[in-house]
Design a protein around this ligand. Sequence first.
Ligand SMILES: *Cc1c(COP(=O)(O)O)cnc(C)c1O
Length: 389
Amino acid sequence: MGEHHQDTELIHAGEGAATAARAVTTPVYSSTTFSFDSASELEAYQQGRSTSYIYSRYANPTVQAVEAKLAAAEGGAAALVLSSGMAATSTALFGLLEPGDEVICSAAIYGGTLQVLTSFLARFGVTSRFVSMEELGQLAPVIGPQTRVVWFESPTNPTLRCVDIASVTSACRARDVVSVVDNTFASPAYQQPLSLGADLVMHSATKYLNGHTDVTAGALIGSKEMIDRLQPARKLFGGVLEPASAYALGRGMKTLAVRIARHNASAMTIAQWLESHPRVSRVFYPGLDSHPDHDVARRQMRGFGGMICFESRDGQAGAVGLFDRLKLFLRAASLGGVESLCSLPVLTSQYGLSDDQLALAGVTRGMVRLSVGLEDPRDLIADLSQALS
Ligand SMILES: *Cc1c(COP(=O)(O)O)cnc(C)c1O
């Protein structure tokens, strides 16, 4: 028994011991608040003269440890981790835009991003223009006097079209427009948009960054000035990540490079195998010579990632049949985890679109999307082989 009554000891006993333990990993600092020795120490904090913490919604040591990894991964000066990819997207957009501003957004964009722009930002006087791959490729004449942000993804979902990032960002720089790249599909292991001139990188860290299908998180990475500009938005909108989830994300990120190398090697093998299969009419993988953006991908990526899209020669019935016959690939949305997943774009990301809208998105009813996991690729090919026959 310590020097206080038991109820008091229950609260204070053992706390703070981890700091002296010389732990190799940053522990989960689940504390929501942090204490000060004196009024003058608190005043120093308020005046920005100390690096201590006050409240976990503002900053937390476990969260900061994973932010340092995110910044390092993307070659940025600073990063913010948030409670989901959508928290990152909405925090960035609301943090950057004012009434009267215009966003130019790729038409091939994550559905949630499109909805934030059309359903929410529109209510606050921000207009959005959705542009084709061709317009993104020749951006200078598309940028208008009110354009403040250009937002795009590369590779895109599901056909893995690649945008020439350096060309978009140089057109943005010439007009003082903020360029934002959703780098979720490529992961920073193989593509670093900041080095290609982007102002901000956004991630659904739920996918490759965490890599184990058990954390929902998002990230924003950029210069110190950019992150300082967005930090108040995260603090006040409140989309912070819980320390326990931040710890798990940081653990996942330690193996990013080796995971991506395996995802990439297996996906290349599977894409080549699919391309020679008689029941497959087309394979979309940026690493294949046949992909329309193979040259762009080779220029700006160090590898081509773990996502593959292919088209059944037997249309939607063929795609549905093989989907239902899979035994190892799991029928699930999302991507980037150790487990191989399969989805049908017309039943997930492009659900409910008309034939015209599908054509605009370059999506057909016979398309199948794979997120190639870390299983032995021979087992994955055997599963696809039995499902396709
Ligand atoms: C999943 C995803 C998002 C949204 O991220 P959440 O973590 O689900 O909020 C945004 N962009 C892309 C490309 C995604 O795949």
